[in-house]
Design a protein around this ligand. Structure first.
Ligand code: NOJ
Ligand code: CA
Length: 684
């Protein structure tokens, strides 16, 4: 992308700064500051190795850190370099998200592009580009053809992130069997070994730092391994043969991103990762519509229905009609049906791929139901669980998505249940290899699916996904995904089920990368009949608040219809809340403790607020100064009752109305594991 490109939606002029091609030796370090002079990046060659460091208002955030790659053959790209040229540019433009948590996004950064060349007779070359925003930085490598070499095999990425101290850190482990589905550990970073990104840090001076990557394309995903003391190094997920990333040259790495802010909420109100992605490639995306859905889903997780055929089969024509009727009556856009297709009867998790993505079970009238749904103004949501049978899915992609288009199925939820390095890939010699979910092979697979779905105008909700890296900007049909412990862990119980602080960590970690299909809205929190030993560890008001706090453009009302019918008053909030936002403001928050988020509806003058706490009761303030001045509003408040407590009294809820305006400061009393959900609408 030309960094000086002016978007159609430009409201601010593009400023071209200097363009500096250096014929002589370049003075080092080469530095670049963010537009507001908040962040500064220094680049320097030390003993031939490229290095960078980052500071914020004079405070070191990243100490001198090495960069580059080790290659399987040819000269490695982590030493023996000198700077050939360097060049700076500035960009200030705005662009519009077709849907999102923020409609208009400003991309305001200074760029430093450094061309490196090998010293002496070496023919090697590499370019490193830094983009420096006030809220964080991104950098990427570009590797052109190396002498006569037109392909490359990377055996190690050497990008370091050297922290000057042993910061507090919220992390989940990488290279484990359960992909990204872990509870977060809150520890000094020296207790972490190898972690997934986004990983978030808090310094003693109260800076908040999150490391991730943007625009992960044709590359392996990056984990971070602590190499010594307080330094992490990029650890790419390998192919089964040990190569970390391979491909033709020229090759571009994803952007390595470091968000830096002086409040935790500032990390959320920052769109660096989206800004580092390419603009929409799909052209007209008017067919893409955020919305809410219900589905034949929770009953399987509670064990009262099955995905497989038999007496308890959930995906029957009759049951699906009930859900369609329920969705139509209460204004939901979609009905997800899991277990509709042939393939669930054997050991579907074995990765062999017996699933058909076009053939329904005999007790599921796919054509008839699609028609029935359409008549009721609802759309079926398809389900493509691969069970880790990736090649089987690849083979069926085109016909599966063509069928969706034919039947008016506007969204598909996919799934890749299968553990760790357990995905079967047929090697050229016919032998089966085991690949990681997060290696390059799968990054490329997940992208093929996005493209196949886009071709047939289908939106995606991916479970067991590759982590989000902002590609929703380029492919706006890539709506939402899992990639963290979701609500389902509460049904399953055991030591992996979520503690009350889990959803106060997600917004500051995993969700900095993009939307999550957490599936909120459980009203029967104890499910005593179905799973008496398990439970949801929140109050009912907190379940409502999650609709605002945990952003997802496709958002589920996850509980059984009968549990909503039993509690019509709190259910009204789920019916009212929207899924597409004009703007998002984090009113307060501390990672792992609490968060209050306000969002304005993109299609009306309504605002919604969600406030949640961990296991501690708290009193928080919601300052409503973001409302239009001189306008009166009604706030419909769904709050914890005075005696509410996730453990002892989770159903205690008070629903009340108050007149509010821009001068109001609402006091929110949240019980232990509690929350508050608020709809604010103009009084007239
Ligand atoms: C795991 C997903 O997270 C869940 O939502 C789904 O129901 C099951 N896999 C079966 O596909
Ligand atoms: Ca899952």
């Amino acid at each position: 992308m030309n960094p000086l490109r002016v978007s159609k939606f430009k409201v601010l002029p593009v400023i071209v700064a200097m363009c500096l091609a250096a014929p002589f030796a370049i003075a080092e370090p080469v530095t670049v500051e963010s537009p507001g002079k908040v962040l500064r990046v220094s680049f320097e060659i030390k003993d031939g190795a490229p290095t960078y460091s980052v500071s914020r208002k004079g405070e070191t955030v990243i100490d001198s850190s090495k960069m580059g790659f080790k290659l399987k053959s040819g000269e490695s790209l982590d030493g023996g370099f000198q700077i050939a040229t360097s060049k700076t540019d500035s960009v200030d433009e705005t662009w519009t998200q077709p849907w999102g948590e923020e409609k208009t996004i400003r991309d305001h950064h200074n760029q430093l592009r450094i061309d490196l060349e090998g010293t002496g007779d070496s023919k090697k070359k590499m370019t490193i580009t830094f983009r420096v925003f006030d809220g964080g930085i991104g950098f990427r490598y570009e590797i052109p053809e190396q002498g006569d070499s037109k392909t490359i095999e990377i055996i190690d990425e050497r990008t370091e992130f050297a922290f000057p101290a042993d910061h507090r850190c919220w992390w989940i482990p990488a290279f484990e069997s359960n992909r990204y589905e872990y509870r977060y550990t809150d520890s000094p970073l020296s207790k972490a070994t190898v972690v997934h990104t986004p990983v978030t840090f808090e310094t003693k001076s109260k800076l908040y730092i999150s490391i991730h990557e943007a625009a992960l394309t044709d590359f392996s995903s990056m984990a971070l391994r602590r190499t010594n003391g307080t330094t992490f190094e990029s650890d790419l997920y390998p192919w089964s043969d040990g190569i970390k990333t391979r491909g033709p040259l020229p090759m571009k790495s994803p952007w390595r991103t470091i968000q830096i802010n002086d409040t935790p909420g500032g990390l959320i109100e920052n769109y660096l990762i989206l800004n580092l992605n390419e603009p929409n490639k799909l052209g007209d995306v008017s067919w893409i519509k955020p919305g809410k859905y219900v589905g034949i889903w929770w009953e399987m997780h509670l064990g009262v229905a099955t995905w497989h055929s038999g007496d308890k089969h959930g995906a029957t024509t009759e049951n699906t009609k009930r859900y369609i009727d329920f969705a139509a009556k209460h204004g939901f856009d979609g009905v997800l049906v899991e277990g509709w297709n042939i393939g669930w009867d054997d050991d579907w998790m074995n990765g062999e791929g017996a699933f058909s993505f076009t053939k329904p079970y005999p007790d599921y009238d796919l054509d008839g139901l699609a028609k029935y749904a359409k008549e009721k103004g609802v759309s079926l949501i398809g389900h493509h669980e691969t069970g880790g049978g990736v090649e089987n899915y690849d083979k069926q992609l085109d016909e599966a998505y063509a069928l969706c288009k034919k039947l008016g199925i506007k969204a598909v939820k996919s799934g890749y249940v299968g553990f760790g390095q357990g995905l079967n890939r047929t090697h050229a010699d016919g032998k089966m290899q085991k690949e990681w979910h997060h290696g390059q092979w799968m990054v490329e697979h997940y992208r093929r699916v996005v493209e196949a779905a886009a071709k047939y105008h289908v939106m995606l909700d991916v479970h067991e996904p590759i982590k989000p890296t902002g590609i929703r900007r380029t492919y706006p049909n890539m709506m939402t995904r899992e990639g963290a412990n979701g609500q389902e862990y509460n049904a399953w119980g055991g030591e992996k089920s979520n503690l009350p602080d889990h959803t106060t960590i997600l917004p500051f970690t995993r969700m900095l990368a993009g939307p999550m299909d957490f599936t909120p809205g459980i009203f029967d929190l104890l499910f005593e009949k179905e799973q008496p030993d398990n439970r949801v560890r929140t109050t009912i008001a907190k379940q409502l608040a999650l609709y605002v706090v945990l952003y997802s453009p496709l958002n589920m009302a996850a509980d059984l219809p009968k549990n909503y019918e039993a509690k019509p008053k709190p259910f009204q909030f789920i019916k009212d809340v929207v899924t597409d936002w004009e703007t998002t403001k984090v009113l307060n928050g501390q990672i792992g403790d609490y968060i209050t988020t306000a969002r304005k509806d993109r299609n009306s003058d309504q605002w919604f607020i969600g406030s949640i706490t961990d296991e501690n009761a708290r009193t928080l303030e919601a300052d409503l100064s973001f409302l239009d001045k001189d306008r009166k509003y009604i706030a419909q408040i769904y709050r914890d009752g005075d005696d509410a407590d996730w453990d002892k009294n989770p159903y205690s809820i008070v629903i009340e109305e108050k007149q509010v305006d821009a001068s109001t400061k609402l006091t929110l009393n949240l019980g232990p594991g509690g929350g508050a959900a608020i709809r604010i609408k103009p009084a007239s």
